[in-house]
Design a protein around this ligand. Structure first.
Ligand SMILES: [Zn+2]
Length: 216
C-alpha cells in the first residue's frame, strides 16, 4: 500500500486531533520510513522481480526489523511511548502506537505472504490483495477518499496555505501513486531506497499543512 497508509494518517486526525498531521504520518508510515535506511545499511533486503504481484515489482525477501510483527509491536510502543513522555497525552500516544501497527495490518492485507511474524519463525503472512489491480485500487482508493474527507472535515484552513498545501499534497500522492502503478520497474535497489527516504519530506509537508489549519 502507498496512499492507503497516508489515508490512515489523515483519518486519525478525527480521533487524535491534538496530534499534528505530520506526527500522524510519521506514525502511520514509521516502518516504511525506517525500511529504506535498513536497505541502505544492508540489514534488510529486497529484490526487483517484475510480476511478483501485479501491483509491485518488489519482492520483499528479508525485512524482519522494519516489518516483522513482533518488531512492529515494539516500534508502536516506542513511537507511542516517546510521544506520551514528551506531551503527557495518553490518548493520543495510544492512537499513535495503533497507527504504527495499523500500517502492518494494511501491509498484511496487500502483500503476498512475505511478512515475518517472530524471529526464528519461518512462517510468513500476507493476504495478497496486490494480486488484483482492481481490488487494490478499490480498497486503497476508497481508504484514501475516506481519510482525506475525515481530515478535511475535522479541520479548517487558517489561511490560503492551509487549503492549497493540503490540495497539493493530495494531488502529489495521487500522481506518484499512479506513476508507481504505470511506470517501468526500477532498475536497481538503491534508487528505491533513496526515493523511500524522500517520504520524510511528506512528513514535513504534513506538519506544514497542519500548522496552517485548525481543528473544528
Ligand atoms: Zn510497509
Amino acid at each position: 500500500m502507498y496512499i492507503g497508509h497516508f489515508a490512515l494518517g489523515f483519518a486519525a486526525k478525527k480521533v487524535a486531533p491534538k496530534a499534528s498531521l505530520g506526527t500522524l504520518f510519521l506514525a502511520t508510515q514509521f516502518i516504511d520510513l525506517l525500511w529504506p535506511l535498513l536497505i541502505l545499511l544492508g540489514w534488510e533486503r529486497v529484490l526487483i522481480e517484475p510480476g511478483n504481484t501485479v501491483v509491485t515489482p518488489l519482492n520483499f525477501t528479508h525485512y524482519p526489523i522494519s516489518h516483522g510483527f513482533l518488531s512492529v509491536l515494539i516500534w508502536g510502543a516506542a513511537v507511542g511511548g516517546i510521544y506520551g513522555a514528551l506531551k503527557k497525552d495518553l490518548k493520543t500516544s495510544l492512537w499513535l502506537g495503533l497507527l504504527v501497527v495499523g500500517h502492518w495490518i494494511l501491509d498484511l492485507i496487500s502483500h503476498r505472504p512475505d511478512l515475518p511474524l517472530l524471529p526464528g519463525l519461518e512462517a510468513k503472512v500476507g493476504l495478497g490483495l496486490w494480486n488484483s489491480l482492481i481490488g487494490t485500487l478499490v480498497v486503497e482508493g476508497g481508504l484514501f477518499v475516506i481519510g482525506v474527507y475525515l481530515y478535511a472535515s475535522s479541520t479548517q484552513a487558517k489561511n490560503k496555505t492551509g487549503l492549497w498545501a493540503l490540495v497539493g499534497l493530495v494531488a502529489f500522492l495521487i500522481l506518484t501513486y499512479a506513476g508507481n502503478l504505470i511506470g517501468p520497474p526500477p532498475r536497481s535497489v538503491e534508487p528505491i531506497a533513496y526515493i523511500g527516504l524522500l517520504q520524510w519530506l511528506l512528513v514535513a509537508w504534513a506538519y506544514w499543512i497542519d500548522h496552517n489549519r485548525k481543528v473544528n
